[in-house]
Write a protein that binds this ligand. Structure first.
Ligand SMILES: Nc1ncnc2c1ncn2[C@@H]1O[C@H](COP(=O)(O)OP(=O)(O)OP(=O)(O)O)[C@@H](O)[C@H]1O
Ligand SMILES: [Mg+2]
Length: 162
């Protein structure tokens, strides 16, 4: 496991971290996002969408639709939000496993802890903590060699921009 703790001072910094992730991320990867309401999960996903070359205006918490897809330049970002999900079976019923195994997609799952039993072992785990009005601690943990490399590369870029 490789980890990196990023301190964000503003929405723009959170967005910029997302853009870096979106640029570096590889096909088939899964990103899990956990943290209280308003911790910045969706803002980070919007940055990831930009990094992938997708339309960022479309990115909202898909709280009422469970899933949205945003086609990027090469990869499609599949954005899930399990907040209002009844149970894991409901999540499986929308075909989430197909997306998780689809090499042309990157999956981002808000409130991933609610569906922990179906998450792939190899993933980028993100935890956001509100530490002030506009401050957020964003902890990245990469599991599996590809996601470990992703975290290391993000850390290298982040130290230049933070
Ligand atoms: N440094 C920061 N990074 C991200 N968001 C910030 C930051 N500072 C303040 N904010 C505010 O925090 C809120 C984050 O909202 P966002 O929708 O991204 O959270 P969320 O974790 O997705 O919430 P939810 O669980 O409701 O989906 C926004 O209102 C944003 O303006
Ligand atoms: Mg959200």
């Amino acid at each position: 496991m490789t980890s990196y703790a990023f301190s964000s001072r503003s929405i723009e910094k959170t967005h910029a971290l997302g853009v870096t992730l979106g640029r570096l991320i590889d096909h088939g990867m899964t990103i899990t996002l956990d943290g209280e309401l308003g911790s910045g999960k969706t803002h980070l996903v919007r940055g990831i969408a930009e990094g992938l070359g997708a339309d960022t205006d479309a990115v909202n918490s898909p709280t009422f639709v469970l899933m949205q897809t945003y086609p990027g330049t090469e990869l499609t970002l599949c954005h899930f939000d399990t907040y209002r999900l009844g149970d894991v079976d409901e999540f499986l019923a929308i075909g989430v496993e197909e997306y998780l195994h689809d090499d042309s997609c990157v999956c981002a799952i808000e409130w991933a802890e609610r569906v922990s039993e179906i998450l792939p072992e190899n993933r980028l785990q993100v935890r956001l903590t509100q530490t002030g009005e506009t401050q957020r601690e964003i902890e990245l943990k990469g599991f599996g060699s590809a996601c470990e490399k992703l975290v290391a590369a993000t850390r290298d870029e982040g130290s230049l921009t933070q």
